[in-house]
Design a protein around this ligand. Structure first.
Ligand code: NAD
Length: 360
């Protein structure tokens, strides 16, 4: 079989650190194994445009492996017109929105991912970013680096998480982990909004209340975290109109997908003070262009931005888990064995998960 894999380049870091498995250089650690089985394994970071290695190799590729960190966008057009032999699109990680799932279903291409492989990594990151924003950490650190010392300029916009109302939009694997990690901070209340409500016993254990109306949910939260996949029902969901329903001065953390939030509306809301802070590691296009407004936007007090490149789910611990999971999926695929059900996003022309808006 021909297996095409799109990863980011690791450069010097990948040569010095072999545990950076999701780099072109280290190729998920599965190159020698695939070759020993007689498969052709092509690994590239070149993914944009018709002359990219990705698009040139796609027509006779059987299995495509991609990651959400450096997504090769497998569009409907590519699926329908170029990926003539493709049978499996495998996400080494979590989140398969870079594949047009409608077209994959049409062409009966299976889409699998290593579900759960990096959810702890992301949940930790979400809590870190909430603390960063609410405590006004970035502005304080920048002041320290500059050599300045003006405690009041920082403290005037620094708060505690304790006593705040915190809500997750999406209460799946990551949303739940975030809620469980927040409880020891003694928030005023933990809320969630999800069209797949949690079983009562889990909601009780997490101490989380479901608010089934989105504007009402947002209006009650001091801090909102987004933990839903990107699909037709969430693309551009947090736009200028919806931002008006947030409490004035709320903090928003989005490590789910950049395109769930409207680029311009977020920058405007932060600059006007409607949002006091925005943090996340996901962008509406990756790599993000140099002039993307989320790189430099600030609140009226000159802080409130804790954006980073997309790395929350790609810690070294997470890379090991999703590289191992990728190999497990491939082993099952080669041997015609059933996949772990949670890893199946679409198969046989149908959605296998309820997480991508197909809940009716
Ligand atoms: P999951 O499938 O376990 O949970 C997703 C939840 O979102 C489900 O409960 C689903 O019902 C809910 N949901 C879907 N659409 C919704 C909507 N319109 N409104 C409210 N809730 C909705 O997924 P997960 O493992 O928790 O991951 C969630 C997302 O996080 C992934 O799809 C991916 O996009 C993102 N992610 C990011 C990183 C990273 O490195 N930044 C890593 C892993 C996952």
């Amino acid at each position: 079989m021909k297996i095409l894999c799109v990863l980011y380049k690791g450069g010097k870091s990948a040569l010095q650190e072999p545990r950076l498995l999701s780099t072109v250089e280290n190729s998920l650690g599965i190159g020698p194994w695939l070759k020993s089985l007689g498969h052709e394994y092509i690994v590239t970071d070149d993914k944009e445009g018709p002359n990219s290695v990705f698009q040139r190799e796609l027509p006779d590729t059987d299995v495509l492996i991609t990651t959400p960190f450096h997504p090769a966008y497998l569009t409907g057009d590519l699926i329908r017109n170029k990926a003539k032999k493709l049978k499996l699109a495998l996400t080494a990680g979590v989140g398969s929105d870079h594949v047009d799932l409608t077209a994959a279903n049409e062409k009966k291409i299976s889409v699998f991912e290593v579900t759960g492989s990096n959810v702890t990594s992301v949940a930790e990151h979400v809590v870190m970013e909430m603390l960063n924003l609410v405590r006004n950490f970035v502005a304080a650190h920048e002041m320290s680096e500059r050599g300045d010392w003006d405690v009041s300029a920082i403290a005037r916009n620094a708060y505690d998480i304790e006593g705040k109302t915190i809500g997750t939009l999406g209460a799946g694997r990551i949303g739940r982990l975030v809620l469980s990690r927040l409880r020891p901070f003694n928030p005023k209340e933990l809320l969630y909004y999800d069209y797949n409500p949690l079983p009562d016993d889990i909601a009780t254990e997490l101490g989380a209340r479901h608010v089934p109306d989105l504007p009402e949910f947002l209006g009650q939260c001091d801090v909102v975290t987004v933990n839903a996949p990107l699909h037709d029902g969430t693309r551009g969901l947090i736009n200028g109109a919806l931002l008006q329903h947030f409490k004035k001065g709320a903090w928003l953390v989005n490590t789910a997908r950049g395109a769930i939030c409207d680029r311009i509306s977020i920058a405007e809301a932060l600059e006007s003070g409607q949002l006091n802070g925005y943090a996340g590691d996901v962008w509406d296009v990756q790599p993000a262009p140099k002039d993307h407004p989320w790189r430099t936007m600030k609140n009226p007090l000159g802080g409130g931005n804790a954006m980073t490149p997309h790395y929350s789910g790609t810690t070294l611990d997470a890379q090991k888990r999703y590289a191992d999971g990728t190999r497990d999926i491939l082993e099952r695929w080669f041997q015609g064995e059933a996949q772990v059900p949670a890893n199946v996003i679409v198969s046989d022309g149908q959605y296998a998960t309820k997480s991508y808006g197909k809940h009716k």
